[in-house]
Design a binder for this molecule. Sequence first.
Ligand code: KG4
Ligand code: ZN
Length: 353
Amino acid sequence: MTLILGIETSCDETAAALVDDTGKIHAERVLSQTREHAPYGGIVPEIAARSHLAHLEDLVRGTFADAGCGWEAVDAIAATTGPGLIGGVIVGATFAKGAALARGLPFVSVNHLEGHALSARLSDRVPFPYLLLLVSGGHCQLLAVEDVGRYRRFGTTLDDAVGEAFDKVAKLVGLGYPGGPAIEKLARSGNAKRFDLPRPLYGRPGCDFSFAGLKTAVRQLVERTNPADEAAKADIAASFQMAVADTIADRTANAARRFVREFPAGGHLVVAGGVAANQALRMRLQRVAEDAGLAFVAPPLRLCTDNAAMIAWAGLERFARGLVSPLDTACRPRWPLEELAAAAPSHAARPTP
Ligand code: KG4
Ligand code: ZN
């Protein structure tokens, strides 16, 4: 058995997990900073970095305590080295490199997006190749996942990420951060058919996304609405969520047709990232998959939002292929998945004392 410690600090969750190569999560802890950022209505990078620094060591200690083992049980340490808020990324990656050096363990650099992309293999053992819809606060992409480190991008957002759109709309209707779960909850009591909002790129060929026009339409709608009208707010939330689901389903259906054509061996549509927690979206994607003859896989909610189990798992997949990283691996604020292939040939470096 191979056991890897995974560390995630690229956004506003400080997370650690111990996962083995059978997919068993021995222990995992996630500490959300939501309350620290709430007064500012969004994530403040400097606060995030300091908070990761203040809590990471205790969190790792607690994760070991939960698993009932110590460093001697670990075979390698994996950490997110990007993309993300660079101050936080550096905190987690430097902690992991320092621990690797001190314990004489291999270090595995993990791209946060690859963590999301491979999470369905941790939860459901999905075989390569598969079609991936990655929807989070910073990303909105459709990709063919051919193998570890091998991604073919079908489409991406031309402006906002979908999670960002949820967060901005939540702010407009007076809900707190993060906006996605709050909008989903409010939408449950709303009438999704009351407001006819735009569905950018709907019906057009290709797999790209756009949400800026939809967000602007919501802003104009909110400006025309009485702020005390709670029912109208719920209707706006529901109408917005429906417009997003329609758009994503349309773009994903195009991608599914292309995927089936280009990858006849593939059989799955996988959704990942924080927005994959949205139940309305999941139901729509289920239908898109069925129509294309693909099986639909959505990892459990706790594996969709940021967590360290997915980082440990991506680390395990890389480690199994001999892809370990040197201790001078740089942290990157921007790091598209397609650039992983170029960097793939491994440095089989072990930390030198
Ligand atoms: O993957 P994630 O945890 O962090 C990033 O790497 O971005 O995604 C966070 C994003 C936020 O924008 C949040 O509002 C959104 O995912 N989100 C949701 C839901 N839960 C989280 N969006 C829609 N519906 C949800 N239930
Ligand atoms: Zn994420």
